[in-house]
Design a protein around this ligand. Structure first.
Ligand code: PMP
Length: 357
């Protein structure tokens, strides 16, 4: 805002610096490698169902308990429906979880380099927090999470680094923190990591959050879900029903169920993304980039000679969008989402020319 004069009522406004999502250019010419979307379409069953639902389904409110989708997810993961909570993308699930579980005067812990929505929610809900620095290899330092705290959250694999921690590593943190809720944000787990989901049967303080936005190619549908002990899920529902009963729209519920049914397509798509990721690692190394090994659908890379910001801008001029974070410790890195083989080949070609190789 250019007007610096405050009106009287403004002193009572809850002022926040919002999260900045990656750009969504209207231009379809753009090769979009900036928001970790899946380059492949959703399952054919989703497209088929989309053609077939009548507009009349929109006349009534949707099922507030999101029953069909919750049941489908529970069955897929071998859980009871009481262990599953569905929300409008994992952002909605995570925001609700912050509000529900992080209600202590002690600080919530998360890494200094991580999903940049966490500190936004913490500030919005006035939750004290402390960022724990990742080590020089962008790994989480376990000992940092063994101190007194009001809750813990981190993504696994972490974002934007792509670095994966083992289930044993996570178990030690969950086990040592049974007086608080530990949230593991598994937005990217389907791309090769081992999920810590089995631990929810052993620890009632663990909440595992996943999404349909990446591995299921459904970012536009907005479906995220949390899995955990029945008590955790019931507390999440209490907060949800205190804000908005009808979070999930009817088409999303129907299409989400269709996506789960077509498991072979889901697994095939993941295989393709992983194969392209592994090939991209080799190509990026040849071009002079270095990075920690990634288990997600992106690579977080820095170049030996050229500043990341310069490469980001040069690629943008060529209609290739990657993500750049002007932030301490990572301002010389680019987060490159894995596209199709053809899209990645265009990226490598343009990088070669920008780098004069
Ligand atoms: N967690 C992490 C680590 C993410 O990178 C994202 C994607 N921006 C999300 C959660 C939220 O994804 P969605 O709301 O699309 O499920």
């Amino acid at each position: 805002m250019c007007d610096t004069k405050q009106n009287g009522w403004e002193k009572n406004v809850r002022k926040v610096i919002p999260y900045t999502p990656g750009e969504q250019p209207g231009n379809t010419k753009v090769i979009k490698l900036n928001t970790n979307e899946n380059p492949y379409p959703p399952a054919p069953a989703v497209e088929e169902a989309m053609k077939n639902f009548p507009a009349d389904i929109l006349r009534l409110y949707p099922d507030p308990s999101v029953g069909k989708l919750t049941e489908a997810l529970a069955e897929y993961y071998g859980l009871k429906k009481e262990n599953v909570f569905v929300g409008v993308g994992s952002d909605d699930v995570l925001a609700t979880a912050f509000l529900t579980f992080f209600n202590s005067k002690k600080p919530v812990f998360f890494p200094d380099i991580t999903y940049s929505f966490y500190d936004v929610w913490a500030k919005l809900y006035q939750i004290p927090y402390e960022c724990k620095p990742l080590d020089e290899n962008f790994s989480i330092v376990k000992e940092d999470y063994l101190q007194e705290n009001g809750g813990i959250i981190f993504p696994n694999p972490n974002a934007p680094t792509g670095v994966l921690q083992t289930v044993e590593f996570i178990e030690e943190i969950v086990k040592a923190n049974q007086d608080v809720v530990v949230i593991i944000d598994e937005a990217y787990i389907d791309f090769g990591g081992e999920s810590c989901l089995p631990l929810i049967h052993k620890y009632d303080n663990l909440l595992v959050v996943q999404t349909f936005s990446k591995s299921r190619s459904l970012a536009g549908l907005r479906i995220g879900f949390a899995m955990g002990n029945e008590k955790l899920i019931s507390y999440l529902n209490d907060v949800k029903y205190s804000i908005n009963s009808y979070t999930m729209n009817q088409p999303s519920i129907i299409l989400g169920v269709e996506s789960i049914k077509e498991d072979s397509y889901f697994k095939e798509t993941i295989k393709k993304v992983v194969a392209t990721r592994e090939r991209s690692k080799e190509k990026l190394k040849e071009l002079g980039f270095s990075f920690q090994d990634s288990y997600s659908n992106f690579i977080f890379a820095t170049h030996k000679q050229r500043p990341a910001k310069e490469l980001f801008e040069a690629l943008k001029k060529k209609d290739i969008y990657v993500r750049y974070f002007n932030q301490e410790r990572i301002s010389d890195y680019l987060r490159i989402t894995i596209g199709t083989d053809e899209e990645m080949d265009r990226l490598f070609e343009e990088l070669k020319s920008i780098l004069n190789q």
